[in-house]
Design a protein around this ligand. Structure first.
Ligand SMILES: C[S@@+](CC[C@H](N)C(=O)[O-])C[C@H]1O[C@@H](n2cnc3c(N)ncnc32)[C@H](O)[C@@H]1O
Length: 265
C-alpha cells in the first residue's frame, strides 16, 4: 500500500525500519504490566474488536489477542509489522496486520470496541488527528487506551529540556503531549476521559537508550552536555542521576482511558 507521508511520518518510518530488530524480545516494552493495569478501567465484551495503533513489536496488541480479542495490529513501518506478526505466530496467536499511519485510518466508522496506543504517540505528526480518527472508528461507548511519555502540565522548562534530549537522541521523536492537551483532544472528539494518571518509568541507562535509537556520536555528545547542564526543574522532575556509572532518569508516563459518548437516539 502506498502512503503519502509527511516529513515527521517519514522520519519515523525510516528510523523504525532500521531499528525494528530491537523492539521484540528483551526490550523493556515487552513488560505489559502497564497495559494490564490500564485495562482495569475498561469493560470489554468477550472477543472484542481491538485496534493497536503504532504496534511496534506488538506487545500491547498481542496481550489483547492472548485474552481472546480479535486484534488488528497497525503501524507505519512494514518491518515492525513483520516482526510483530512473527511474534504472534511464535505465540500461536492469530492477528490481522495493517500498514497505515496513526493520523489517518483505513476503516469504516464505528467498528472497534477498543483502540490502544502505547509508547508511540510522541512520534505522531498530529496527535490531534490521531484522536479524531480513534473516536471515528470506535463504536458507541467504545474505549480508547493511551499510554505515552509526557511531561506534567505547567513545567515548560523541564518539557523543553526533555524535548531537546529526545530529539537529539532520536530525530523521529516529535513531541510529548501534556495530560491537559490530551484531555482537550479527547473532549473535542466526544471521548470522555475516565482515567488519567502519571507513573514514573525508569530510563535505566543512557548508553542503552542511545543504542536503541542508533544516536550519532555528535548527538550523544550534545545530549551528555544537556544532561550536565540540566536546569533544576528537569533534574527534579525526571530524577536525573547516576547509578553504577550509568546515567539514569525517570520518564513521566501518562495512562489515559477514555470512552466514546453513547449515540443519541
Ligand atoms: C516504540 S514503538 C511502539 C511500541 C508498542 N506500541 C508497544 O506497546 O510495545 C513505536 C512505533 O510507532 C510507529 N510509528 C511512529 N510514527 C507513526 C505514525 N505516525 N503512524 C503509525 N505508526 C507510527 C513506529 O513505526 C514504531 O513501530
Amino acid at each position: 500500500m502506498s502512503m503519502n507521508l509527511n516529513e515527521v511520518q517519514r522520519a519515523s518510518q525510516e528510523q523504525f525500519a532500521r531499528q525494528s530488530d530491537r523492539y521484540g524480545k528483551g526490550h523493556i516494552l515487552e513488560n505489559v504490566d502497564d497495559v494490564r493495569a490500564a485495562l482495569e478501567h475498561v469493560t470489554l465484551p468477550a472477543q472484542a474488536r481491538a485496534l493497536d495503533v503504532a504496534t511496534g513489536g506488538g506487545h500491547t496488541g498481542l496481550l489483547l489477542a492472548g485474552l481472546g480479542h480479535a486484534v488488528t495490529l497497525s503501524d507505519i513501518t512494514q518491518a515492525m509489522l513483520d516482526r510483530a506478526g512473527e511474534t504472534a505466530r511464535e505465540r500461536g496467536l492469530s492477528v490481522e496486520t495493517r500498514l497505515h499511519s496513526a493520523e489517518s485510518f483505513p476503516y469504516a466508522n464505528d467498528v472497534f470496541d477498543l483502540v490502544t496506543c502505547r509508547v508511540a504517540a510522541h512520534h505522531f505528526s498530529s496527535p490531534e488527528s490521531f484522536v479524531r480518527e480513534t473516536a471515528r472508528v470506535l463504536k458507541s461507548q467504545g474505549w480508547f487506551l493511551l499510554i505515552d511519555g509526557t511531561v506534567e502540565d505547567d513545567q515548560p522548562e523541564a518539557e523543553e529540556w526533555s524535548h531537546q534530549v529526545e530529539k537529539l537522541r532520536d530525530p523521529s521523536h516529535h513531541r510529548f503531549v501534556t495530560p491537559r492537551t490530551w484531555q482537550r483532544y479527547c473532549e473535542q472528539s466526544s471521548l470522555c476521559v475516565v482515567h488519567s494518571g502519571l507513573t514514573p518509568f525508569k530510563m535505566p541507562d543512557l548508553n542503552w537508550y542511545f543504542q536503541t535509537a542508533a544516536t550519532t556520536a555528535e548527538n550523544r555528545r550534545k545530549v551528555l552536555e544537556l544532561v550536565r547542564t540540566a536546569p533544576e526543574s528537569a533534574r527534579k522532575l525526571f530524577r536525573l542521576g547516576e547509578e553504577d556509572g550509568k546515567i539514569v532518569w525517570w520518564w513521566q508516563r501518562l495512562t489515559l482511558v477514555a470512552q466514546k459518548a453513547a449515540k443519541a437516539r
